[in-house]
Design a protein around this ligand. Structure first.
Ligand code: ATP
Ligand code: MG
Length: 357
């Protein structure tokens, strides 16, 4: 290690907006590299608080708390995408935010996100903005009656989504007029994949190999590395991911979720400018995990070539399959991660298992 790297990490603190499992796993990797963390979350039981050196338990729009956060943090990143833009702008005036605020502005709103991606010439599902209830009917005509209605903002794990089949519009007229929605055509995909891209400060891109993802009711259940798609499709997926990362001025990390259809065409679903659930396999299958790579970019620590040691199937532990923990405990090739959340609830992500082979 060069001397200047030692200087970059000695007595340094990484500020993390969001104290969920992603924040926790960033904090663990930071700590492994001798870097302290200051974690900001409105929930007093945020799992990442278990691993934080400094805790700020406040709403994201509390200026006083944000100032305190800045005072303690040498660098700032986020694991939670719905930071209010006003707070983000305030923080950005005083500190560089990794992986950047441009990507966050687009990823916070599905309409802007889809427009941005398709303006780059990258295929997305057909989509229409919904302003009034009647717009749903008009869009359904164009989409031949089948579609997914999604809130533009605050959706995660399939929340805020309604699948429409054969023109049967759900009874949510009031909601549609109150909230902002988009409607998307349903992609008949043969696989869902995702690609995680790391962009270093000098612009160099490190791209993980794609993983293959299985969702049930909009929630990720499994990610498998390597994805069973052709080399050619992998390379195209990686090229699209790097193009998107660069266009969004990423310095740090971004995950791109994609569909692959029966003709091996790639359709981008969405972007997430933070470590991603579908990249948890990198914690045990590689020399450098997605979390460590992010910390390394932020603190100017070199990143070696990514080496893949194992194949891996990552299984999410949700409230309804919490018992898999017991079954996993004495399995040789299982690596278990439990997030330490305050409550076991159906559909809530509580941990994951990396099964190596
Ligand atoms: P997350 O934040 O957990 O990634 P989300 O709530 O932002 O999820 P999406 O990624 O838009 O939601 O959708 C969740 C899942 O629903 C997708 O991974 C996919 O399986 C399915 N899905 C979403 N949009 C479409 C579409 N247009 N066509 C087919 N399937 C879709
Ligand atoms: Mg998604």
């Amino acid at each position: 290690m060069k001397n200047n790297v030692i200087k970059n990490i000695t007595n340094k603190t990484l500020g993390i907006l969001g104290g969920g499992q992603l924040g926790k796993m960033i904090a663990v990797e930071a700590s492994r590299l001798g870097i302290k963390t200051c974690i900001f979350d409105p929930n007093e039981n945020a799992p990442a608080f278990q691993n934080a050196n400094i805790i700020i338990n406040s709403d994201y729009n509390n200026k006083k708390a944000l100032k305190k956060f800045l005072k303690h943090s040498d660098k700032v990143t986020y694991e939670f995408e719905n930071i209010p833009l006003e707070s983000l702008n305030f923080l950005e005036k005083n500190s560089q935010i990794f992986p950047g605020s441009k990507a966050l502005k687009y990823s916070q709103d599905r309409l802007f996100e889809k427009e941005f991606i398709s303006n780059l010439g990258i295929t997305v599902a057909p989509f229409y903005q919904i302003k009034k209830y009647i717009d749903v009917k008009d869009a359904l005509e164009k989409l031949k009656g089948n579609a997914i209605l999604k809130t533009r903002k605050f959706g995660y794990d399939g929340k805020g989504q309604h699948i429409i089949k054969k023109y049967r519009i759900p009874n949510i007229k009031d909601n549609i007029e109150k909230n902002k929605y988009i409607i998307e055509g349903i992609i008949k995909f043969k696989k869902e994949i995702s690609v995680i891209v790391i962009i270093k400060k000098d612009g160099f891109a490190v791209c993980y190999e794609p993983s293959e993802n299985k969702h049930v009711n909009g929630i990720l259940r499994e990610s498998v590395f390597p994805a069973k798609i052709s080399k050619k499709t992998k390379n195209r997926a990686k090229a699209i991911a790097v193009k998107l990362a660069r266009s969004l001025n990423i310095i740090g990390i971004i995950a791109i979720e994609m569909f692959v259809n029966k003709n091996d065409e790639i359709i981008v679903n969405e972007v997430a400018p933070r470590p991603h659930n579908s990249g948890h396999w990198t914690m045990d299958a590689c020399n450098i995990s997605q979390f460590e790579a992010l910390v390394r970019v932020i603190f100017d620590i070199p990143i070696p070539h990514i080496e893949y040691y194992h194949n891996c199937k990552m299984i999410n532990i949700l409230g309804e399959n919490y018992n898999v923990i017991e079954k996993s405990l004495n399995k040789k090739y299982h690596k278990l991660y439990i997030y330490g959340k305050d409550e076991i609830k159906e559909g809530r992500k509580l941990g994951h298992i990396n099964i190596l082979s």
